[in-house]
Design a protein around this ligand. Structure first.
Ligand SMILES: *Cc1c(COP(=O)(O)O)cnc(C)c1O
Length: 229
């Protein structure tokens, strides 16, 4: 299946069930993003700041760029002028930095809190308690140039579907609690970003409304620099 076929099929499928499709284009060359763009895709996700910035410069300006990978505070300034959604906020300090650069750019930047749900040491994210603590803090309340629009989570990389299902279930339950406790009157708190190529069907069953798909759209990633790919 070509990228065009994959986008056409997946967009149709996701539009029908009101799930937002983020095309994860990390490591992929610009011509492959153009093919997805020409098939109608407008939301692209990248995990490296420099790659995201360079692709943003080269591609049409009506693309919405999502950062899905770990973000270092010292790199916020490069994406602050244009980024549409940061999925990977995992500390108050990072949020304060995003707020500062959003203010400089006269913007409000939409963010998701990345919540740690996997049974793996390597995944970034806030624990449930840490997320609550962040949202309760006075420092958070003072931030006027960011909006927390929802939560993101990555399930354990395992064949055990029951475990994946439980992790997504827990995140959805937590999302509902956070909505009730902190964002009851804020319509913008509505995004539950969960599901990648291997587990997006389970994620959708468990209430995801934003999936991040890379290899399902673009094929397997070869680990090479995107400019030489
Ligand atoms: C790479 C990546 C994806 C997409 O992974 P696929 O398995 O190729 O669909 C989704 N989310 C995050 C955070 C990623 O880093």
């Amino acid at each position: 299946m070509s990228i065009t076929d994959n986008i056409t099929r997946l967009k149709n499928e996701m539009d029908t069930i009101k799930v937002t499709l983020v095309a994860v284009s990390k490591t992929k060359p610009v011509n492959e993003l153009e093919e997805a763009y020409n098939a109608g895709q407008r939301i692209f996700g990248e995990n490296q700041v420099q790659e995201l910035v360079e692709k943003h410069e080269q591609l049409p300006k009506d693309i919405q760029w999502h950062l899905i990978g770990h973000l270092q505070s010292n790199k916020v300034k490069y994406i602050a002028p244009f980024i549409n959604l940061i999925h990977s906020v995992d500390s108050l300090k990072l949020l304060q930095e995003i707020n500062k650069h959003a203010e400089k750019n006269n913007r409000v930047i939409d963010c998701l809190l990345q919540i740690y749900i996997a049974d793996e040491e390597t995944k970034f994210g806030l624990g449930f308690d840490e997320a609550i603590e962040l949202l309760r803090s006075e420092e958070f309340t003072a931030l006027k140039h960011i909006r927390i629009c929802g939560l993101m989570g990555i399930a354990t990389n395992t064949d055990n579907e029951k475990q994946i299902k439980e992790e997504f279930y827990e995140l959805h339950t937590f999302f509902n609690g956070i909505k009730q406790s902190f964002f009851r009157r804020e319509d913008f708190f509505e995004i539950l970003s969960m599901g990648m190529s291997a587990d997006y069907k389970i994620a959708i069953e468990q209430g995801s409304n934003m999936v991040r798909l890379g290899s399902t759209i673009f094929g397997e990633r070869v680990i090479k620099h995107w400019k030489n790919n």
